[in-house]
Structure formats: structure tokens, C-alpha cells
Design a protein around this ligand. Structure first.
Ligand code: ITT
Length: 196
């Protein structure tokens, strides 16, 4: 099956391609020269599911192909679940590094450090059929960044084994992360070549 990976985030593309390589799907990036010039819509939904559907359905509408979107976020207990669905825009700053500094600023003086990552993967089909898969991982926020791998909030996310998410290889992150878990569910549903 030919599937357009409906994300502009290079970190997500790397993790999705790595995890799905044994499904035998032909994964096309948004900027694949065989595709028309594609635009992702504004994320106006109030849930990960709604935003993932907006992205995937827009790409299916523009290409006539199956599309796979990921909407994800970080939820921090001491910030009442923020930044959540607004994770990409948190603090209105331009880079992951600045966003992490902004988050640390919001966390200053807070002893409750519990946080979780959530990923919702959504497949949209040209006949309008949708499939969703959700994964979560619990952790804590560090006091400062650690590690060089991954993307986004990974350097601030402490796992129960004492490593930050940015200290894991792509394969290690896949085994334990929110996106890895959602990808496992998608793979299990498609293991026999059937839509889930
Ligand atoms: P697309 O919409 O094009 O897929 P995006 O980066 O804008 O890319 P989201 O709207 O889902 O994606 O925003 C989620 C944000 O949450 C993302 O920009 C990261 O900052 C953060 N995030 C998501 N998954 C993450 C992960 O695995 N590790 C660290 N941060 C993550």
C-alpha cells in the first residue's frame, strides 16, 4: 500500500519510517516529487484525534492516497496538562530549544514534575474510512536538557530508567515511547495486510 506520511516534522518521519519498514508499505514524504505541492491545514481541533484527522484527511483529499498523520504532545501535571495539543506552539517561540527553555521557566519552583507524552496516529483512506491508534508514556521533567537525540521536548523528559528520551537511539525510543506504542498498535492491526 502507498501511504503519504502527513507530517512536516522530520523527527516524526524518521521514527515512523523506522518502525513501519517491515510492513512493506511504500511510504511517501510530504515533499515527494511525485506528489502535488501539499499544504497541511491549521490545527484547529481541541483533541489530538481531531488534529490528526485534519492533517491526514487534507492530504488524502489533495492526493487521493492513504495518508498517515501523527498528532502528539506533552502533558505536564503541574501545568494542568499544558502544553497538550498546543505543544508545537507553546510559548510562541521559534525553536525546540527556546520552547524547552520556556517550559523550564514555567516549571521553576515546582516540585511535582510528572509528565506524559501522547501520540495519536491516524490513517485516512480515500473512501473516508479512518483508523486511530494512541500511545502514551509516563515520565518526569528534568531541571535542564540532557541528550542529543530525538527532537522537541525529548531532552527534558526523564524516563523511569534514569535516561532522558534524548539519550535513546531511534530503536530504543521506538521500544518505549508514546509513538512507538501507537506504531505497534497500528502494526498489529495491519500485520496480515488487512485494514484495522
Ligand atoms: P506536524 O503537525 O507537521 O506533524 P508538529 O511538530 O507541528 O508536526 P504536532 O502538531 O503534533 O506536530 O506537535 C507536537 C509537538 O509536541 C512537536 O512539535 C514536539 O514539540 C512535541 N513532540 C511530539 N512528539 C514528541 C516526541 O516524540 N518527542 C519530543 N517532543 C515531541
Amino acid at each position: 500500500m502507498r501511504v503519504v506520511v502527513a507530517t512536516s516534522n522530520a523527527g516524526k518521519v524518521a521514527e515512523i519510517q523506522d518502525a513501519l519498514q517491515d510492513l512493506g508499505w511504500e511510504l511517501l514524504a510530504l515533499n515527494d516529487p511525485r506528489l502535488p505541492r501539499l499544504m497541511l491545514p491549521e490545527e484547529t481541533g481541541s483533541t489530538y484525534e481531531e488534529n490528526a484527522a485534519l492533517k491526514a484527511c487534507a492530504v488524502t483529499a489533495q492526493t487521493g492516497l492513504v495518508a498517515l498523520a501523527d498528532d502528539s504532545g506533552l502533558e505536564v501535571a503541574a501545568l494542568s496538562g499544558a502544553p497538550g495539543v498546543y505543544s508545537a506552539r507553546y510559548g510562541n517561540v521559534g525553536s525546540d530549544t527556546e520552547r524547552n527553555l520556556y517550559l523550564l521557566e514555567q516549571m521553576r519552583g515546582k516540585t511535582e514534575r510528572a509528565a506524559k507524552f501522547i501520540s495519536v496516529l491516524l490513517l485516512s483512506y480515500p473512501d473516508g474510512h479512518l483508523e486511530t491508534y494512541r500511545g502514551e508514556v509516563q515520565g518526569e521533567l528534568l531541571q535542564g536538557p540532557r541528550g542529543q537525540n530525538g527532537f522537541g521536548y525529548d531532552p527534558l523528559f526523564l524516563l523511569p530508567d534514569g535516561r532522558s528520551m534524548a539519550e535513546l537511539s531511534v530503536q530504543e525510543k521506538r521500544a518505549i515511547s508514546h509513538r512507538g506504542r501507537a506504531l505497534d498498535a497500528l502494526k498489529a492491526a495491519h500485520a496480515h495486510g488487512l485494514p484495522g
